[in-house]
Design a protein around this ligand. Structure first.
Ligand SMILES: Nc1ncnc2c1ncn2[C@@H]1O[C@H](COP(=O)(O)OP(=O)(O)OP(=O)(O)O)[C@@H](O)[C@H]1O
Ligand SMILES: [Ca+2]
Ligand SMILES: [Ca+2]
Length: 608
């Protein structure tokens, strides 16, 4: 460290967000845990005049607090004892817009514990049930191998400039290549101090961050990786310079609200890069406006995803359990410690909500308060400006912020949602299709008949997605087989996909090597009952589907046989009895329950 020069930002505002976020997060759960109410942040180049700072600091942001006091001396804007609830039922009239504008998000304490070990971030009672289970005692420094095998000649290869940004784990500086391909090219260097790597996990995290960045580098909306170096003190990650500032700063400079058209342009880029990561078997786990950078100050500059510090490889059938991320953006199932790619989609939902209305959907003054809100509260879609937001946009956000991860859209699906649908960008291959087809292939004939009937009731909106996915498999004479699924993955493969073992899923799709699927079969196989259940028109779809099922699939079935179909024991018999009509076939209720599968106690299954 010490090679980067900090900078002072002349803001004329004495309430600048502290540069030292690390100190802030190491605070207790008292006042120090209060998210900054100041819509100002350090971390963008000061050389340029950043509208973010000047405009956000004064009147362009509609004040959520009628009695003044946004950021006034950093005190809480709310009267003592009033905790803002994002729940629809919020009774306080004059807190119509109870949330302060978004500020830099803090990492969940467990995330920090993971990297820094517990010495620096005391464990707190604010994380639900043993959530901080990722702790590891800081090991003796000399026992830790901090050799990464990266190039040791950083100083000879690059000339370091001043700081461009800073996070909890590292700071980023301008630099220039001294020789070779990068000679004279302005680049960004993220400097991660080895002295902060106090646990084996924290070292592994840095290694993984670099590995993932390197493997994924190349996507249009992902920061390009150039090189990694190290010396005794630091790891240096050399990457493409994104000189246009963070998305957060743009949000703030716009006074918090994007028009729908502007929001769409942002969300499409986010979905495009996240769908790419997901297909590669990488879950980002820290999607937030601070981690999207613009390539230049131009209004129409491209955006790039950065910071894979909390990212991980994940197999299609795997669930992760460590609680990491940033509190405002964390998905409920992450707090329940069993999650996969869908957690990123939730975070995109939070970002989209912020873009459209300027407030965070889940807000509280403490980490535990935010968690409570994420787990229980319904975001407010009633107050201004929501009445003037289009129904499609609202539907879009709600389908990303579904608390049941199985009901959420995937990134590829979201790109085909009516709010975004356009011919101008390609729809990416969706790993969800592989997962659904796999379970279809292993389903009983009765279940397949039920799904087939369901797929016949799909409306044009769902078919757009399925058609796009089918075409990506490049059907031959209208048919696809295992080879098509193999080839489609291969066409999209990067090194990351190999590490995350995504192609393993093909082994479980072996039945497809003997048979082919036409588009109708494919629709039956690639339809998710859970996702359809989330639609307003689900009841109508279900009753139409049931008519088809009556025509073709419904047959006499005993309670015992149904229990076997559902893989449940005799204790379920009394429930299943109610699903069967007097003619001993499934009723409409039985049909929809059967499609859903039996999760008797808790639909939010956490076990595998
Ligand atoms: N390629 C880049 N070009 C320009 N600025 C960058 C680049 N990469 C990072 N930055 C700046 O540095 C900041 C910190 O980088 P990064 O998010 O990777 O660090 P971190 O310590 O992992 O952050 P966090 O606290 O969010 O985990 C970014 O928010 C951004 O402002
Ligand atoms: Ca970051
Ligand atoms: Ca990070």
């Amino acid at each position: 460290m010490g090679q980067c020069y900090g900078k002072s930002i002349p803001t004329g505002d004495n309430d600048v967000y502290a540069t030292t976020t690390i100190t802030a997060t190491a605070d207790g759960d008292g006042g120090g845990d209060r998210p900054s109410e100041t819509p100002v942040r350090n971390g963008t180049p000061s050389a340029k005049n950043t509208p973010a700072r000047s405009s956000a600091g004064n009147s362009s942001w509609p004040s959520p607090y009628p009695y003044g006091g946004v950021g006034a001396g950093g005190t809480s804007p709310l009267p003592a004892g009033v905790s803002p609830s994002p729940a629809r039922s919020t009774p306080r009239r004059f807190f119509r817009k109870p949330f302060p504008p978004p500020s830099p998000a803090k990492h969940i304490k467990a995330s920090l514990v993971r990297r820094f070990g517990h010495g620096k971030t005391p464990r707190e009672g604010t994380i639900p049930e043993d959530a901080a289970g990722v702790t590891e005692e800081p090991e003796r420094h000399q026992a830790l191998d901090k050799n990464f095998g990266y190039n040791k000649n950083f100083g000879a290869k690059y000339e370091l400039g001043k700081e461009v940004g800073r996070g909890h784990f590292g700071h980023t500086c301008y630099a220039k290549g001294r020789k070779g391909e990068l000679k004279d090219l302005p680049v960004a260097v993220k400097i991660i101090s080895k002295s902060k790597m106090t646990t084996a996990i924290s070292i592994e995290d840095v290694r993984r961050e670099v590995k993932i960045l390197k493997a994924l580098s190349g996507h249009k909306h992902l920061v390009r990786f150039y090189d990694a170096c190290e010396d005794a003190n630091n790891v240096y990650v050399i990457m493409e310079l994104c000189d246009g500032g963070e998305l957060l700063d743009r949000i703030l400079s716009k006074g918090g609200r994007y028009t729908e058209e502007e929001a769409k342009l942002i969300i499409v880029q986010i979905l495009s890069v996240v769908s790419f990561c997901h297909l590669q078997g990488v879950v980002h786990r820290d999607l937030k406006p601070e981690n999207f950078l613009f390539t230049s100050r131009r209004e129409d500059a491209d955006m790039k995803l950065i910071d894979f510090g909390l990212s991980d490889f994940i197999r299609p059938d795997e669930r992760l359990n460590d609680i990491v991320g940033s509190a405002y953006y964390v998905a409920p199932e992450v707090l329940h410690r069993s999650y996969s790619l869908e957690a990123d989609i939730w975070s995109i939902g939070v970002i989209c909500y912020i873009l459209l209305c300027g407030s965070r959907p889940f807000w509280a003054r403490t980490e535990s308060g935010i968690f409570r809100s994420v787990l229980r509260a319904d975001p407010n879609f009633e107050d201004m400006p929501w009445p003037s937001v289009s129904p499609q946009a609202k539907d879009f956000v709600k389908r990303l912020l579904n608390k049941d991860y199985r009901k959420r859209m995937t990134a590829a699906q979201a790109l085909t949602h009516p709010w975004l649908r356009s011919e101008s960008y390609p729809i990416p291959l969706d790993i969800l299709v592989y997962k659904l087809v796999k379970s279809y292939l292993h389903a009983t004939p009765f279940k397949r008949a039920a799904l087939k009937a369901l797929s016949k009731a799909l409306t044009e909106d769902e078919l757009v997605y399925l058609k796009a996915q089918f075409m990506l498999l490049e059907p031959k004479d209208g048919l696809v087989s295992l080879d098509n699924f193999k080839m489609a993955l291969a066409r999209n493969a990067t090194d990351a996909m190999k590490v995350s073992r995504v192609p393993d899923i093909l082994h479980t799709m072996a039945p497809l090597s003997y048979r082919k699927m036409d588009f109708e079969d494919f629709c039956a196989a690639a339809t998710s009952t859970y996702q359809l259940e989330a639609l307003d028109k689900w009841e109508q779809i279900a009753s139409t589907a049931f008519e088809y099922f009556e025509q073709e699939g419904n047959r006499v079935i005993s309670v015992e046989e149904l229990a076997r179909e559902l893989n449940v024991g005799p204790t379920a018999h009394s429930v299943l009895k109610d699903w069967i009509r007097s003619d001993r076939k499934l009723s409409l209720l039985g049909y929809t329950k059967f499609l859903h599968g039996l999760t008797l106690r808790n639909s939010n299954t956490r076990h595998h």
